[in-house]
Design a protein around this ligand. Sequence first.
Ligand code: ADP
Ligand code: MG
Length: 572
Amino acid sequence: MMTLVAFAITVGFLFSVATTFILPGQSLYWEISTLISVFLAGHWLEMRAVRGATGALTELAKLIPKTAHLIKGGKQTDIETESLKIKDVILVKPGEKIPIDGVVLEGDSSIDESMLIGESRPVSKQKGDKVIGGSLNQDGSLTIQVLKVGASTTVSQITKLIQGAQSSKPNVQVLADRAAGYLFYIAVAVGILSFIFWLLIHPQNIIFAVTTAVAVVVVTCPHALGFAIPTVTTITSSLGAKNGILIKEMKALELARKINYVVFDKTGTLTKGQFVIEEIIQTSSREGGIENILSLASSVEQNSQHSIAQSIIKEARARKIDLQKIIDFKSYPGKGATATVNGKKVAVGNESLMKLLKLKTDKLKTRDAGTIVYVAMENKLIGALVLTDEVREESKKAIDKLHGMGIKVAMLTGDLDYVAKEVGKKLNIDTIFSQTLPEDKINKIKDLQSQGNIVAMVGDGVNDAPSLTQAHVGIAIGAGTDVAVESAQIVLMKNNPLDVVKAINLSRKTNVKMLQNLAWATGYNVFAIPLAAGVLYPKFGILLKPEWAAILMSMSSIIVVFNALLLKKVKL
Ligand code: ADP
Ligand code: MG
């Protein structure tokens, strides 16, 4: 673009210098000066608009208050937020912003996290709850212990993700760049041709020939093409962030509009992942009763990350059962875990784990009422826990909406057939893959892909990471585990399956905007180039002068930027 402008100005200027000193005839100084002024004014307007579009990052930075009230030795001092260290204790008064990520030690209050995760309702926080720096404390005062500082805080992470998204290029960018390349050659070629034509074939004076050449080169400038796409992607990523959707890879968002199969992980994604223990069964009363089974199970689960583990530990705590020390912990993804408790080998997990340990489970009769976790000690089955997990309210709505958009829905889970079927029936899911081991989950995705589907995978757990990578579009939900976030291309801040629908909508809207912008950036050339070359001159005396060519070209740039800005107002 710059080459073309420089070329046009140089030709016009040299020609004018020549007419001043050597050749007879008029100069083009006036036209060239106007061209430069118009061009600079257009550029300035555009940069202003682009700056407005990148505002999301500055807005995020503004969320963090400069100072925090540090509590030390019973005294309160105000220090800079940046100098806080992990484990520091701070006080947040009502109406103040929370300076940093931490855990509540004292007090309770409701907190508005909308600016960070897009959740509009305030959430109530008590002792033990985590709070995010940048959210707004509403009615109570809170004593908070700092958990994260520097680059690992939520705000820093979000900032990093948005920056990454803004610099990640969608595929249409390649198309735009290529079109800009072609336009360059077209500009130079048509410019030279019209110069030759008006000089030799249909002779006018040389001024006329140079003027048309300059006008052609200026009007063809692929200026708008340079930012037709980047302006859209910047706004898309900020708009996404405002709605709790972080886009790590623009290419994935670009593809998301074509998704026709969404695969959901069950536990923690479609369901809440907060299991309730319905029943504890023992094989015989010799093993110290139900309490002992729960104690052994929760002790082993201390080192697991699975939501089942957390739920079992919660139940043990509620029943005031102390966790015992364990050694030799081993995790079996999609199966369970083993460890040594008090010198005895304990295994906690599903039927596949028991099979692996060569233990028969059929002597233990349970109703088909939930997920069954067996507990074995010293190679003997001693009992089982029956757990159930509630379906999220939003899951049904999300699936209905996806169906409405012509998208099929599958569920992928390591859980038992009947548990999966029950959830599947409640939610009206098209395809159910149950009892799949973590390593098989990826194959289910591959199968769907080989049938020609564009597949999105939505999951939260470590065990979903490979499938998130395999799917065309990997979506981590609830800002899940770090591994899931790492493997996904789109990260949803909230635990809300409805945001999957929003992400697909965002993709569709973004795509429309990108195409519109490409049209605005190039389309006007169809009539502007011939006009500038003087096609209408012989018959009608109409000619696009260089100044007007500059205005037209700048107009197209400005329209492109403002068209992109309209995306800011879109509701997802
Ligand atoms: P999902 O795909 O539903 O998220 P996973 O593949 O993680 O489930 O696990 C599948 C099954 O393996 C669970 O339903 C459970 O029976 C068992 N399991 C996995 N991890 C554990 C654990 N830490 N403790 C007990 N059981 C587990
Ligand atoms: Mg899961």
